[in-house]
Design a protein around this ligand. Structure first.
Ligand SMILES: Nc1ncnc2c1ncn2[C@@H]1O[C@H](COP(=O)(O)OP(=O)(O)OP(=O)(O)O)[C@@H](O)[C@H]1O
Ligand SMILES: [Mg+2]
Length: 366
């Protein structure tokens, strides 16, 4: 079922956690809410779940109005049919896995045979078959989070809200579980809102990403689009663009890197006040990869890190500008720290963007 959030505003006393937020999640869509700590992600989720009473706005799921400040509608959380998984495991340690997952069904007085069937089906779904009788306190973090997921799924919710469900897990497990989650979400055609502040997780899990800053959505788009065309330097920064340089405008196809004599030719850009040149670390060439069509610069090699699949370099340019470059492991740069190296920045690799997006982007329909 689709989710529509319109004009959502949430005040905590004098503080505004969510401001006039509009968001649409299509039926069966996986939408990732991405943004830095404190931008209002959890607050938004809690409003959708009915755990927080919004100051204003309207929330609709599958055509049912769950909240409408203008009409005084506020459906209680347990009647919203929303599954939730949060960062803390929130499972009962004194119960078995089976009892944990069966709990919401028991509360609804579903008959025993049906509970048995649904719990076993759901445990199989999340890869916990064979764990039914295990005490919940005897599970690993990843298994506990699967129990929490199963307990939400067993209710056959119309939508799922997941708020940093993997952030307490170690990197490898997080990686594996997020793959499992994505597969499950797609297989069940579940409408989900997934909160994270990890850009890689967002890119991996989303059909669309909604970038949130200061209580509002500032950009919505498919992972590819948002990665390729961030609306502002602050969004680019959050998406891990690597090089955000203050620049001065020379003309609409040229900028000067601030405080240096370095001029860069760029693709045409619109004028704005506080401009930044945003350049992905992997788009910059070094050493033999530099060609004449690029902006060719020289700098001193400051650091060199071998990262397995890639190698990272930092190069200082004249003035105080510094570039981070991600090279391939197959073409390691043959230079020592302190050496002068040639750096090539392709013209189309430079995006000149305002520091912040002027106005929140209109929400695109799914
Ligand atoms: N119960 C509360 N009372 C007062 N202020 C709150 C309350 N809960 C959250 N806030 C404030 O509202 C803002 C948004 O908080 P929220 O928890 O939604 O952020 P978040 O995006 O989920 O951050 P994080 O990534 O750290 O979880 C923050 O400034 C926070 O301090
Ligand atoms: Mg949060």
């Amino acid at each position: 079922m689709d989710i529509r959030v319109e004009g959502l505003t949430l005040h905590y006393g004098d503080a505004v956690a969510v401001r006039d937020l509009d968001l649409t999640v299509g039926h069966g869509e996986s939408l990732v809410l991405l943004g830095e700590s404190g931008c209002g992600k959890t607050s938004t989720m809690r409003c959708i779940a009915g755990l927080e009473r919004p100051t204003a706005g309207r929330i609709t799921i599958g055509g049912n109005v769950l909240f409408d400040s203008a009409r005084g509608i506020d459906c209680p959380p347990h009647k919203r049919n929303i599954g939730m998984v949060f960062q803390s495991y929130a499972i009962w340690p004194h119960m078995t896995v089976f009892e944990n997952v069966a709990f919401p069904l028991t509360m609804q007085r579903v008959n025993k045979a049906e509970i048995n069937q649904r719990v076993h089906d759901t445990l199989e779904l999340v890869g916990l078959e064979g764990f039914a009788d295990r005490g919940a306190s005897l599970l690993s973090g990843g298994q506990m989070q699967r129990v929490a997921l199963a307990r939400s799924l067993v209710m056959a919710p119309s939508v799922m809200l997941l708020d940093e469900p993997l952030s307490n897990l170690d990197a490898r497990l997080r990686h594996r579980l997020r793959g499992d989650l994505r597969e499950l979400q797609a297989r069940l055609g579940l409408t989900t809102v997934y909160v994270t502040h990890d850009q890689e997780e967002a890119l991996a899990l989303a059909d669309r990403i909604a970038m949130m800053q200061h209580g509002r959505i500032v950009q919505v788009g498919a992972p590819n689009d948002i990665y390729a065309k961030p609306l502002s330097a602050s969004i680019a920064d959050f998406l891990g663009v690597g090089n955000i340089l203050p620049v001065e405008r020379i003309d609409s196809t040229g900028v000067r890197v601030a405080k240096t004599a370095i001029a860069l030719k760029v693709t045409p850009f619109a004028g704005a006040a506080d401009l930044k040149a945003c350049i992905r670390a992997e788009d910059i060439a070094v050493g033999d990869d530099v060609t004449d069509e690029m902006n060719v610069l020289e700098g001193q090699l400051l650091t060199k890190e071998f990262l397995g699949a890639s190698a990272a370099y930092r190069v200082t340019l004249s003035g105080d500008a510094e570039l981070t470059i991600l090279g391939s492991k197959h073409r390691q740069l043959d230079a020592k720290i302190g050496d002068t190296v040639r750096v090539g920045i392709p013209v189309d690799a430079v995006q000149v963007l305002p520091q912040d997006a002027a106005a929140p982007a209109a929400d695109e329909a799914a």
